[in-house]
Design a protein around this ligand. Structure first.
Ligand code: SF4
Ligand code: SF4
Length: 194
């Protein structure tokens, strides 16, 4: 699939779209490698963060598609270690967030990231319906999506008796506002559009 769909008329490249939508200047990276050296997940990624930046700088449909189909963007924890180490203050976690959004929107997600994406959606649904994290709902929803029905099931009673699991969901006062945010995001082609 061509990545042209994610380049609107105002942007000529994925790096340009990142700059326009998030303000993160991919072109400022000079490949010192400090982000990759400090990233706790670099060993699990298909491309370390500095290489993702290099691929975006080089641009072109092939490399951009590799970035959007990468496992890296899903395994990133948003821990901000890279950001704190970067001499150019390039906000890689924000860039990763945008890349995840685009990867979902264009249906270019990594097959390796299936369970992470299922968890991501279950988490967002919990926020959408209660305005906060409802752990029991999150676990049930994730298990239904992933079919990992028995995974960690032995932990549930322990967590319940320690008061870590509320069976009844609590909602927040500002729930209508949260729902409006989801609705706007959905209309804009965001993550809620599935
Ligand atoms: S935010 Fe992501 S890319 Fe940056 S150090 Fe943490 S895991 Fe690695
Ligand atoms: S630390 Fe910053 S400048 Fe260095 S490679 Fe990573 S993003 Fe580029």
């Amino acid at each position: 699939m061509s990545t042209d769909a994610h380049h609107d008329k105002a942007t000529a490249s994925l790096a340009g779209a990142i700059l326009e939508q998030t303000g993160v200047p991919v072109d400022k990276c000079y490949q010192c490698g400090k982000c990759s050296a400090g990233c706790p997940l670099a060993a699990d990624m298909d491309y370390p963060p500095s290489l993702i930046l290099r691929m975006l700088q080089a641009g072109g449909p092939e490399l951009e598609e590799k970035v959007l189909r990468s496992y890296t963007i899903w395994v990133c924890l948003t821990c901000e270690t890279c950001y704190s180490r970067c001499p150019m203050e390039i906000d890689i976690p924000v860039m990763m967030d945008y890349l995840r959004h685009e990867s979902l929107r264009l249906g270019m997600t990594s097959p390796r990231a299936k369970d992470i994406i299922r968890f991501h959606r279950s988490f967002l649904d919990s926020i959408k319906y209660t305005g906060r994290l409802y752990e029991v709902g999150l676990v049930v929803d994730y298990k239904a999506r992933s079919m990992h029905l028995l995974q960690d099931v032995k932990l549930a009673p322990k967590m319940y008796f320690k008061g870590k699991l509320n069976l009844i969901p609590e909602t927040i006062k500002g729930l209508p506002l949260i729902r409006r945010i989801f609705s706007r995001s959905s209309k804009a082609g965001g993550e809620d559009a599935r």
